[in-house]
Design a binder for this molecule. Structure first.
Ligand code: LLP
Length: 420
């Protein structure tokens, strides 16, 4: 089993930066998300090295993991942020991203969200003609310019889970080519809209650079069209989507190959933007969970643990496979079992047909590569408080989000008078 490089087995116990994971589980309880600042920084360095010498700006996709401490870390590293809601926008600013380093994407921005963005001078990535009209109206009312980019959906199909491809036919995102033409024309005629960029996000967990080459080609064509129409976009945004290996046979997305595709073909004065989420934080997070029971039902073996699909939805939603390892490995032959959570759903399987060494109730397991779209997609389903979240920094563990309490579950609820 290959491990993320911030985890090491020492004396038969998994450690993270010198701390036994049994201690983290003891100190903070389970289930518990644990992240490594060192690994996040390393992933960022990898990105920056791959694109060295190219005018590139990175905007972290907040949805991957919106934890304040992680946002603050990345803001301090000089990144911008890509947000998809007013909530993410406010969170990003709270954590320290300056408004001029934020781009606002998303197919359904509400009026209050657009107003907030305009007020803060945030660049809005517009996804429909209707939205463009709304933004224009708001800008006119305020008597100021609105910096907008266009999200393009040319109908490209990268190889990934169908749920994760967002610039292909049959998806709701962005403007198709005729829509994009009309949007450019509207901006050209507008006195208040200023086209600042063109945007194309292919999807997520993509491992092959080929679709990005096609996307880049399309963006360049649209850029030329915009220039001919007298507009001058300042950035071309290729979105995020760079995949990480969830299984030993998978490879990390080859950023260097993508850099070579675009390096020589960047229009003068244009900045290339990326919106990485998973590739920065995915392999920097694990979920610690405790074995509750081991049982056999109709001849099949189940290991019931204290983390469920409410804590980690990816396996249930996409059939995603995460590696799982015991923190203390017991001797004995490995056996197959479904690692399941406590939720009342058949889909509540953390790892289907996992092959694991002998386990006993009380043992701690680590689910790997859950730094992205783990905690951010968690819920309180079955009235389960969300887990604690812990950040490792230079060999010290910091609680960065308290475990929710029963109070959090009923916060905001009101029993109406007629039931009192
Ligand atoms: N930019 C835009 C406009 C996006 O919609 C996304 C992700 C990203 C950037 C970041 O993509 P990344 O680099 O993280 O692949 N919940 C799914 C992933 C959904 C991604 C949604 N959009 C999962 O668990 O795999």
């Amino acid at each position: 089993m290959f491990l993320p490089n911030w985890l090491t087995a020492y004396d038969g116990i998994l450690h993270a930066e010198g701390i036994p994971l049994t201690q983290i589980a003891g100190d903070f309880g389970t289930p518990c998300y644990l992240y490594s600042t060192a690994r996040i920084r390393e992933n960022l360095k990898h990105f920056r090295e791959a694109f060295a010498g190219i005018p590139v700006e990175l905007h972290y996709a907040v949805k991957a993991n919106p934890l304040g401490a992680i946002l603050r870390l990345l803001a301090r590293e000089g990144l911008g942020a890509e947000v998809v809601s007013g909530g993410e926008l406010l969170r990003a600013m709270w954590a320290g991203f300056p408004p001029e380093k934020i781009v606002f994407t998303g197919v359904g921005k509400a009026v209050w969200e657009l107003e907030l963005a305009l007020e803060k001078g945030i660049r809005v990535v517009v996804e429909s003609l209707e939205e463009l009209r709304t933004v224009e109206g708001m800008a006119r009312e305020r008597g100021r310019y609105a910096p907008v980019a266009l999200r393009l959906n040319p109908g490209l199909s990268p190889e990934t889970h169908p749920h994760l491809a967002t610039a292909r036919e049959g998806t709701k995102f962005g403007l198709d080519p005729p829509g994009a033409e009309r949007a450019l024309e509207s901006i050209r005629r507008s006195e208040t809209l200023r086209l600042v960029g063109l945007h194309l996000h292919l999807g997520s967990q993509i491992l092959d650079p080929e679709p990005y080459a096609a996307a880049w080609e399309y963006l360049l064509g649209m850029y030329r069209g915009a220039r001919e129409a007298g507009l001058s976009p300042e950035f071309l945004d290729l979105g995020g989507g760079f995949g990480i290996p969830y299984a030993p046979e998978e490879r990390r997305f080859p950023l260097g190959e993508l850099a070579e595709v675009i390096r020589e073909r960047i229009p003068e004065g244009v900045t290339v933007m990326f919106e990485p989420g998973r590739s920065l934080v995915g392999d920097a997070g694990i979920l610690l969970t405790r074995v509750l029971y081991i049982k056999e039902v109709h001849g099949k073996r189940y290991v019931v643990v204290d983390a469920g699909m409410n804590d980690l939805l990816r396996p249930a939603l996409y059939g995603a496979r995460h590696r799982i390892v015991p923190v203390v490995k017991r001797p004995g032959p490995e056996r197959e079992a479904d690692i399941v959570g406590p939720i009342c759903e058949n889909a509540d399987v953390l790892v289907r047909e996992a092959v694991v060494p002998p386990l006993e109730p009380g043992d701690i397991l680590a689910v790997l590569d859950v730094g992205a779209y783990g905690s951010s997609m968690s819920s309180q389903y079955n009235s389960r408080p969300r887990p604690a979240e812990v950040l490792l920094h230079w060999g010290k563990a910091y609680l960065v989000r308290e475990r929710e309490t029963i109070k959090d579950l009923i916060r905001g609820e009101i029993i109406p008078e007629f039931l009192r």
